[in-house]
Design a protein around this ligand. Sequence first.
Ligand code: GLN
Length: 451
Amino acid sequence: ASLSRCEQNEGLNAFITIRQREELLNEARASDKKRREGSSIGALEGIPLSIKDNFCVKGVKTSCASRMLENYTPPYTSTVAERLSQSGAILLGKTNMDEFAMGSTSSTGAFGSVINPHTLNSQQRLSAGGSSGGSACAVATGMSFASIGSDTGGSIRQPAALCGVIGLKPSYGLVSRFGMVAFGSSLDCPGLFTRTVEDTAQVLQVISGHDARDANTTTRQVPNYMEKMRGEGLKGLTIGIPTEYNVKELNNEIRDLWMKGASDLQRAGANVVEISLPNTMHALPSYYVIAPAEAFSNLARYDGLRFGSQSKGSSTEELYSNTRSESFNSEVQRRILLGGFVLSRKSVDSYYLKAQRVRRLVRDDFHDAFSSGVDVILTPTTPTPALPLDNFSSPVEMYVNDVMTIPASLAGLPAISLPVGRSGDGLPLGLQLIGSRLSEDKLFEDPKIVI
Ligand code: GLN
């Protein structure tokens, strides 16, 4: 059924690679056989999942939607993919994305744009959001039941909101980055899309926890999320509403939904309070210094010699330069140049180090809120519903879309986007819940509560 949905929805361009049909069906048959014979089965036995094209899977092309890695087939498998396979899941294929996960539209990749499934029949095709738009689209259409994405500054939560599915960015360090192509190493979080909170909890259970191959993963015992979910509801839970998220760019329908969400949660027993996160407005500019600086360093390996496509050149310098000019799109080139600039000797103090200090202030704001008794923070996920694919005329216009998701990324906090409403013209709208570090279980508190 998943494969035929993939065929029906080919026009949405959600996948870059779908694995061979026979191979997939064989895996499915093997899972069925295990069930029939009553042998021990994995937590996700036989369930078709998909994974963003920036996670390595041995023997399967991993392109990051870039010409640079167009022909790259990794000789090893990422921890996330390995844990999914060990739990019996069937990895259908690799989902489409913005090139190297830099973007918010899933339209900057080398293999075409992902189309938002909510707009296929209208004249104007809308963006699925990004950079994990292919994964959001695959889950929204039932091509796969869950999909792994990556979130550096909002790339799971934003497309989840725009496609009407659930998207979780776990705490930094809960899920291993081993085998995920690096963008901004201090921000990169593997995470996932599903259609129910229970599914999020079940898949997260499988992929999270310590991994010796990613030194930043937590050594804490991962809680049993499903067990925690049979919780006591919202009584005694304090939910903070940060006034600084009420920005002028916020669409009115989303602002109304946010207020309605707050009052519904109050009616369900939560204590809803206004809070202040005063440095929120500085988060976006500091992210757009830190993320490019880390990208500059991470992408240095793509020089055409050690890694990636190779262009011609009469000297080594020329070979490097031609390779990078021809194989990276303009957004990736822009980030590399920006990153190099903010790290250069003359600029490092006024840009990079200053951005790091701002990052600390943003983190401290959240810390203060949580230590004053707030359990969870409720905000919109995006300032607007899905926008037309050709909407963005300048990079800064695109960057502004990340204003609601970036603060939690800078602070390394878990955040989930829930599809809780529709705009007047039927487009999905999402709200975001942000928790304190490693408090994912609180975000899933009670699956029966629908706001
Ligand atoms: N849109 C943000 C950026 O372009 C975030 C991307 C991401 O989370 N991978 O950097």
